[in-house]
Write a protein that binds this ligand. Structure first.
Ligand SMILES: [Zn+2]
Length: 236
């Protein structure tokens, strides 16, 4: 092993790929070795590419006096999801592909992908029946109180942006519109899968706590004026 780690370039190492969610073989594209002990133990930063999915990964190995430790720790990307991540994997993948298109400057493709994500949301939320159009499905989401007026308005704009991408118009799709579209699609996913779920948990926890305190102190219902033992009404 050379001191600058350059002999690693082109070789394969084993890293944990956050996209594949498993250890994968990855090719080393470049390295930076740091032997300045003021910065800590010698470190070898390695930019690698996952052989399986092609994702770039930055991994680091350290030397505690026995050479590079052979256990590259991934410093980027941070693990972006887990099995408990609330956004369904299929949707996450659609949205992720939209972002990949955007970073490759494939704006039209990104706009189409945003529309696909939107369509996926409707299917995942169970509002598709027969050959429903996206407009109909979005309206159903609203009618079933899964989204409010404002989100419906956003979703309709995303749908139109996607249509612009999907049909030949002879005009380029505006990258700024696509960037906004991606952010809105993220917000929609967060609203439906992250914050709505979090709010439900929050409510459930508070309801359980209230129940528990009523059990332990039978006088709790009389403790505060206006605080009744009856189930809380939506106005309370
Ligand atoms: Zn991978």
């Amino acid at each position: 092993m050379t001191l600058d780690g350059s002999d690693r370039v082109g070789t394969a190492i084993l890293v944990s790929c956050s996209y594949c969610e498993q250890p994968v073989i990855a090719r080393v594209a470049g390295v930076v070795a740091d032997h300045n002990l003021e910065n800590g133990p010698p470190s070898l930063l390695q930019l690698v590419r996952c052989d399986r999915c092609g994702q770039g990964v930055l991994a680091v190995e350290e030397d505690y006096g026995f050479g590079w430790d052979g256990e590259p720790a991934v410093v980027w990307p941070k693990k972006v999801r887990s099995t408990t991540y609330p956004i369904p994997e299929a949707l996450w993948r659609e949205q992720d592909e939209a972002k990949r298109c955007f970073s490759a400057k494939a704006y039209t493709a990104a706009a189409v992908m945003v529309r696909r994500t939107l369509e996926g949301v409707c299917v995942e939320q169970g509002v598709r029946s027969g050959r429903d159009t996206l407009v109909t499905m979005l309206r159903k989401l609203k009618d079933q109180d899964k989204i409010d007026d404002r989100l419906l308005e956003w979703a309709q704009e995303l749908r139109m942006l996607g249509n612009e991408g999907a049909h030949y118009t002879g005009r380029a799709v505006d990258p700024e519109d696509v960037a906004d579209g991606l952010a809105l699609a993220d917000a929609l996913l967060d609203y439906l899968y992250v914050y709505s779920a979090q709010f439900e948990k929050f409510q459930e926890r508070r309801a359980n706590r209230k129940k528990a305190s009523e059990k332990t102190s039978p006088d709790a219902s009389r403790a505060a004026p206006g605080d009744s033992a009856a189930p809380p009404s939506p106005e309370a």
